[in-house]
Design a protein around this ligand. Structure first.
Ligand code: UDP
Ligand code: MG
Length: 319
């Protein structure tokens, strides 16, 4: 155990990725600071705890607002990335820069209940290295988002990818969990899949998910689908195996068909030059082949982007 003295206040960092969040940022900062005060007062965390606001290449006034916050309160630190790298990368940039012994990540839009952070810190102090924030219910999300999220989690479970149900990126990680996370050097990040792989003692804290406080979602369908694809292709080669099995099945099927056709030709008078029997397999096999090539392509593309070993992010400023 690296935990210093049992009972001594924990040095906490709260990491908040922000992309074009000028509408919510002042309110978010106000609430997170209030929470920090509360936790310091209760003696659970120490006075040099910090808030790390990560600016993921915003085009609005986000960085200016972060600067203001830092001027008002030195515990608020700002990390400016050199450009927009996406939520997952912005998160790790913050996690790897934060200096606390326990580090909580939370979205800027106040959808995650900040009050749950106290419970997370309690669990950390009980000896857990990973504390997942788990949504009690998702009534604040649209019907479509709820259904798609649920079927996606099902699919991942079916493919053997271990993730925590109804958990997004609201979680606490201990210093050594962060150090472990640093050793995963992949560029295509899906933290929800990676964190369970680290191991260590983990537990969950339940919370209610609210509506976005202001502004609109920074996760358009395109980004959401990309993240969903990463969740599959970064953690399991199962789809590739399905292709192979499918290939074997289709081969058997065509041998059986060949024998049937021969039988019809040789032993019956029913053999009409058939349009259906030749056209249907062509379309069917064409479809399967294209799909298979597509899935293969996804993995090749992943190899391609990982093989280049490009750096994940650059820090432009650290306040
Ligand atoms: N975000 C980011 N970079 C991006 C997109 C989003 O840092 O390219 C941040 C965003 O500011 C927010 C969090 O990621 O703090 C989650 O985004 P959002 O709330 O828009 O996603 P949703 O809750 O709609 O899935
Ligand atoms: Mg949100």
């Amino acid at each position: 155990m690296i935990r210093a003295t049992p009972g001594a206040p924990t040095r906490l960092s709260i990491v908040v990725p922000c992309f074009n969040e000028q509408d919510v940022l002042p309110e978010t900062a106000r609430r997170v600071r209030a929470l920090l005060d509360l936790l310091i007062e209760s003696g659970k965390i120490c006075a040099d705890s910090q808030i790390v606001l990560v600016d993921d290449g915003s085009q609005d006034r986000t960085w200016e607002l972060i600067r203001d916050q830092h001027r008002q309160d030195a515990r608020v630190r700002g990390l400016k990335l050199s450009g927009n790298r996406g939520h997952q990368i912005a998160l790790v940039a913050g996690l790897f820069t934060a200096e606390g012994d326990a580090i909580v990540s939370v979205d800027a839009d106040l959808q995650d209940d900040l009050a749950a952070i106290e419970a997370m810190v309690d669990e950390y102090r009980n000896g857990y290295d990973v504390v997942y924030g788990v949504r009690r219910k998702r009534t604040a999300d649209t019907f479509l988002k709820r259904v798609s999220a649920k079927s996606y989690y099902r699919l991942l479970a079916l493919l053997g990818v271990r993730i925590v149900h109804n958990h997004a990126d609201f979680r606490l990680l201990s210093r050594r969990a962060i150090e472990a996370l640093k050793q995963y050097s992949e560029v295509n990040l899906f933290l929800r899949g990676l964190v369970p792989l680290i191991g260590f003692k983990s537990t969950s804290v339940l919370y209610d998910r609210a509506e976005r406080f202001a502004g609109e979602s920074k996760y358009p369908l395109r980004k959401m689908l990309a993240l969903a694809a990463d969740g599959v292709t970064s953690f399991t080669a199962f789809p590739l195996r399905v292709i192979a099995v499918l290939g074997v099945l289709v081969s058997f099927l065509s041998v059986a068909m060949m024998m049937w056709v021969l039988w019809v030709k040789l032993f019956t008078t029913l053999a009409i030059p058939g349009w259906t029997s030749s056209v249907i397999p062509v379309y069917f096999l064409g479809g399967i082949q294209l799909l298979s090539i597509g899935i293969l392509g996804e993995y090749v593309a992943k190899l391609y982007s990982e093989a280049k070993r490009r750096p994940r992010y650059f820090v432009e400023e650290w306040l």
